[in-house]
Design a protein around this ligand. Structure first.
Ligand code: SAM
Length: 214
């Protein structure tokens, strides 16, 4: 595994328990929880299938995988961090989680009706994001929905002191809306909807995209 990816994984393994408690608190005590619930519901509405097969990429503590399962989906969560997966398995014993790198999705072609990636695609380099998109395109069924968010900006770098977890370095790649649109369209995705978060989180602007495999 490349150095930047390894460092990000080690950080998530180290902060997993604390990260899980903090994210649960953020979504229960602030506007973020209600806002993200709307994004999750919009994703399910766009899939337009009852009991869809849904993949949650970079699932972290599994909260979104659980949301999908509660809504009647056949849901699978994947994450490369053993620590985060342990949190997920402990919190949501009834859900399916697998250790996997988003750059190499170990699933057959045309399997999922929808793929969700919340707060994670910015942890791969821009070069690797092209690989992720090809994998997402491969494992999605035709007309499948890919729904994800990212941080607005222009750089890509290891942040030694990220705002949310100082002194625990993680890699981040930032995109502009135009850049992201172009990348998705180059791989063949059709962009359906773009929604900026109404306020910054940890001083950063986040944008949510919904896109479709033709
Ligand atoms: C900010 S957390 C978000 C977790 C979750 N999606 C949520 O909404 O709370 C980012 C997650 O992405 C995972 N991740 C980062 N790079 C990954 C990769 N290359 N493959 C799989 N998971 C990855 C991390 O382990 C971490 O759990």
């Amino acid at each position: 595994m490349h150095g930047i990816t390894q460092q990000t994984k080690e950080t998530y393994n180290k902060i997993s328990s604390d990260y899980s408690s903090k994210i649960n608190k953020l979504i229960s005590d602030s506007w973020v929880g209600e806002f993200e619930k709307k994004l999750l519901n919009k994703f399910l509405l766009m899939i337009k299938i009852s009991k869809p097969k849904v993949l949650d990429i970079g699932c972290g503590n599994g909260k979104d995988t659980y949301f999908f399962q509660q809504k009647g989906c056949s849901a699978i969560g994947i994450d490369f961090s053993e620590g985060m997966l342990k949190e997920a398995q402990n919190l949501f014993t009834q859900c399916k989680f697998h250790q996997m790198d988003m750059r190499n999705l170990e699933f057959s072609n045309d399997l999922f009706d929808g793929i969700w990636a919340n707060g994670c695609i910015y942890h791969v380099s821009k070069k690797d994001f092209a690989k992720v998109l090809k994998e997402v395109m491969r494992v999605l069924k035709s007309s499948g929905i890919f729904s994800f968010n990212f941080k607005i900006g222009i750089s890509e770098k290891i942040e030694k002191n990220p705002q949310s977890y100082g002194e625990n370095p993680r890699f981040y790649a930032y995109y502009t809306n135009e850049e992201m649109k172009k990348i998705l369209e180059q791989v063949g995705f059709k962009i359906i909807k773009i929604k900026p978060y109404p306020k910054k989180i940890f001083n950063e602007q986040i944008v949510h995209f919904w896109s479709k495999k033709p």
